[in-house]
Design a protein around this ligand. Structure first.
Ligand SMILES: C[S@@+](CC[C@H](N)C(=O)[O-])C[C@H]1O[C@@H](n2cnc3c(N)ncnc32)[C@H](O)[C@@H]1O
Length: 374
């Protein structure tokens, strides 16, 4: 790539493009999340640019890829995100039960308790939610969800959200897509596929999900977690210095984490009404977010500490003349003239990793490795 701002851009190692599904910690696949970073990239960045025992900040934690890899690599973790589903997933991955036996025990207790809960008044459930499920499946899923929330059991809650919608039999909804919820009732009509519209039992589906997750699993040490909290970077108040920041800020213009997670988010918070686009849908809001990041996160990086930013790019670049990483870097430099650019690494994202194959999707990310003057 040619850049007016970055004089030297390195190409990402070819290993980043290869699938590491067999070697990645299984918790990374706990549930889908748009704009997820590949675990092997997080691992590479953390191993190469931070040290064991370092305190790492990820203030855009998303599904918790960086926090989980950091904890597995013996780093201490501070994780934040504005989205409640992101925080549920991050906690689920870092606070998973130690063993399959413990996870199954918890599942049994929680399922039993959920069955004793009051049933929902169907007329209180929005129609757009009801049309995804058989009424009995929806009742049971909601009561299980509430029981998990009451018990602060993020792991079981994430397992439920993970099997919430798909067209496969191991999921709870009528035929629909997995990542972003859309019904597939045209392709799989009730008349032609009546089996896809019957009640779905929670227990075998959750149990299978848990068994898959615990295959060869070595959970992270919980002692490595300092905090995981739902808070936006604009409101973040840190009480300590950190040794490194490793994070991937929201893609400017590209992804809408609220709208695309709407069904899972409605389960997490029934009062969620507003699925309007996130503040990052405009370039100037991206700049505001960068300013908040500089004030509330970068300022707390210790002298000599590294800040590693994985910055995505949108395909549709209306009125945009530069990569968002350039924009972010220049604005950060204005607020912190003492930072030094160590590396710019370019990673081309293959179609399989994009949330949408066409239209507004991220096709190339730049990784900035910055160092605060020591
Ligand atoms: C590119 S994603 C992070 C993906 C993550 N690295 C992963 O592997 O799942 C960016 C995240 O920023 C969050 N976000 C958007 N605006 C935010 C804000 N103002 N403050 C904090 N988090 C925000 C989104 O909810 C999203 O989870």
């Amino acid at each position: 790539m040619s850049s007016q701002i970055f004089s030297h851009v390195e190409l990402a190692p070819s290993s980043w493009q290869q699938s590491a599904l067999q070697t990645d910690c299984k918790l990374h696949q706990l549930a889908p999340y748009i704009g997820k970073l590949k675990p092997n990239i997080a691992r590479h960045l953390l191993s190469n640019f931070t040290n064991r025992g370092d305190t790492i900040l990820d203030c855009f934690a998303g599904s918790g890829t960086i926090p989980l890899e950091a904890a597995l690599l013996g780093r201490k973790v501070l994780a934040f995100d504005s989205n409640p589903y992101a925080i549920n997933l991050t906690r689920a991955k870092l606070e998973a039960p130690r063993t399959l036996i413990l996870a199954n025990e918890r599942l049994k207790q929680t399922l039993d308790a959920s069955k004793r809960r009051m049933r929902y008044d169907e007329s209180q459930i929005p129609e757009w939610v009801r049309k995804f499920f058989h009424p009995e499946t929806l009742q049971n899923a909601l009561r299980f969800c509430d029981e998990c929330i009451e018990r602060s059991d993020n792991f079981l809650l994430a397992c439920l959200l993970s099997v919430l919608h798909h067209q496969r039999p191991g999921f709870l909804s009528y035929p629909s897509s997995h990542l972003v919820p859309y019904l597939r009732d045209r392709k799989y009509s009730r008349e032609e596929f009546p089996d896809m519209y019957t009640e779905r039992d929670l227990e075998p589906r959750l149990s299978a999900k848990i068994t898959r997750t615990y295959r060869d699993l070595e959970p992270a040490n919980r002692d490595n977690v300092i905090t995981i909290e739902q808070i936006s970077v604009e409101k973040l108040k840190l009480d300590r210095e950190v040794d490194a920041i490793v994070t991937s800020p929201p893609y400017m213009n590209a992804l809408d984490y609220i709208r695309d997670n709407r069904l899972r988010m409605w389960f997490l918070d029934r009062n969620t009404q507003n699925y309007s686009p996130e503040p990052t849908d405009k370039a100037n809001r991206f700049d505001d977010m960068t300013a908040a990041f500089a004030d509330n996160a970068f300022k707390f990086l210790r002298s000599g500490g590294r800040c590693i930013l994985v910055v995505g790019e949108t395909v549709s670049r209306k009125r945009m003349t530069s990569h968002p990483a350039e924009r972010l870097y220049q604005r950060l430099l204005k607020q912190h003239p003492d930072l030094r650019l160590e590396h710019v690494i370019q990673d081309n994202i293959p179609d399989v990793r994009r949330s949408r194959k066409s239209g507004a999707a991220t096709k190339r990310e730049l990784i900035l490795v910055l160092q605060k003057a020591g």
